[in-house]
Write a protein that binds this ligand. Structure first.
Ligand code: GLC
Length: 429
């Protein structure tokens, strides 16, 4: 089994959990057309203000969110405490641009943390390094004012050091006010992205080294992601976004702890009219494929501005719930197998248990190279029904002749089980 080098953060529980929920929630839920709406449409602060003036999430029930996550088989939740628009979901002392000054009028983060804990879930905070609202955040390639002819001139008034002080003070607040926090998800750095002479931002802007030290000082053991533009060995987790790795993620040839973040549809924030919702098979296969490559899946939901998961998101989470109810064993605590999976299959492994996930259902036989004589028993995981083992050279009248001496053949029912992805559990000798 591949074992990444240890880092400062406590990733033991994390790689065991394998599956978490990302929640992108903020003012952009009201615009309902992507969490980057302010940048995409170059909306000035005054125009974006309406979403704050009317932000009243009357259906906000973090216990329902946490319950849905736990039932879906997730073991941790990461919430956007502040996204790129700069709006804060907690009662911060450092800006008035916060939920306390909306019609809702009260902290959203505290109840969220309490609800997660009550469901036995680990808690993560996403915190945007980018801030399109703060007056000291220099206008850059992503900023809503990037095409303002006065951008460069406006930047002369803006002092990134004051912004960095604000950023650090907010992180201190988040990491001291809500008890133990398991993950901090900083997002993101782009030092190379110069636009019309406006520089990108990275470690010097965020004062990343000091921020890292502060984070570790306030929450020893917290898991810190890799988006601070620091040497990769300082990050606990690497975060490929919106694509599916085909093998264990390595950096400079070494395997690392990794977590891919994905969306249920094509937006992180609630998007009313976006329609590329993934199918049940895609949802389950992404989870399986991730664990089969030794990674975690952080699947995102974007609640509405009323504070609820919309029916499409609920249906997708129910797909995970129903499948995980029967197949949790092939995910939790599992990792990339030392054996090679046959075509259209993914293998996960936990100790002496091997889990064969069948993305396509073959006619009766699957041939498992290298497993002859290694398996004591096999069953379909969803109903614990025996799967017959056909060893090479066996005298069984049903044995098939065309396999080599190292290949074990298993015999499946002709009818595909009625689960999104069927799994065979193999007990190694
Ligand atoms: C990107 C986007 C952002 C989202 C994040 C999640 O960096 O900027 O909207 O929060 O990905 O990984």
């Amino acid at each position: 089994m591949l074992t990444p080098a240890a880092t400062a953060g406590d990733t033991g529980w994390f790689t065991d959990a394998r599956f978490g929920l990302f929640i992108h929630w903020g003012l952009y839920a009201a615009a309902a057309r992507h969490e980057w709406v302010q940048s995409r449409e170059e909306l000035p602060t005054a125009r974006y203000q309406r979403y704050m003036d009317y932000f009243a999430p009357d259906l906000y029930d973090p216990r329902a969110w946490a319950q849905a996550a736990r039932e879906a088989g997730m073991r941790y939740v990461v919430l956007t405490t502040k996204h790129h628009d700069g709006f804060c979901l907690w009662d911060t002392q450092h800006t008035s641009y916060a939920v306390t000054n909306t019609p809702h009028g009260r902290d959203l983060v505290g109840p969220f943390v309490a609800a997660c804990r009550a469901e036995g879930l680990r808690v993560g905070f996403y915190y945007s390094l980018i801030d399109w609202h703060h007056p000291d955040f220099p206008i850059d390639v992503f900023h809503p004012l990037r095409n303002d002819p006065a951008a460069a001139q406006l930047n002369q008034q803006r002092d990134i050091r004051r912004y960095a002080a604000y950023l650090h003070a907010q992180v201190r607040e988040l990491l001291t006010r809500y008890g133990p926090i398991d993950i901090i998800w900083y997002d993101f750095s782009y030092p190379e992205r110069t636009y019309r002479g406006l520089p990108g931002k990275g470690r010097d802007d965020w004062q990343s080294e000091a921020l890292l030290a502060l984070t570790r000082e306030l929450q020893p053991g917290i898991i810190i992601n890799n988006r601070l533009d620091l040497p990769h060995t300082l990050a606990d987790v690497h975060t490929p976004e919106q694509f599916q790795p085909r093998e264990w993620l390595t950096i400079a040839g070494q395997p690392v702890v990794w977590e891919t973040c994905q969306t249920l549809s094509g937006s992180w924030g609630y998007h009313r009219d976006e329609a590329t919702w993934k199918s049940p098979a895609q949802l389950i296969e992404m989870l399986v494929n991730t664990v089969a490559c030794g990674g975690n899946l952080l699947m995102n939901v974007g609640p509405t501005a009323r504070g609820a998961f919309d029916p499409r998101a609920r249906a997708a989470l129910a797909v995970y719930r129903d499948w995980m109810h029967l197949h949790e064993r092939s995910i939790r605590g599992c990792t990339q197998s030392t054996f090679t999976a046959p075509a259209d299959c993914r293998l996960t492994q936990r100790g002496d248990r091997l889990y064969l996930h069948l993305f396509a259902w073959p006619f009766r036989h699957v041939h498992l190279s290298g497993l002859a004589g290694r398996v004591a028993y096999a069953q379909l995981l969803h109903d614990a029904s025996e799967v017959r083992l056909l060893e090479p050279g066996g005298h069984d009248e049903w044995s098939i002749a065309d396999t080599d001496a190292t290949t074990l053949t298993i015999e499946l029912p002709v009818r595909r089980p009625d689960v999104v992805v069927p799994v065979v559990e193999l007990f190694l000798r």
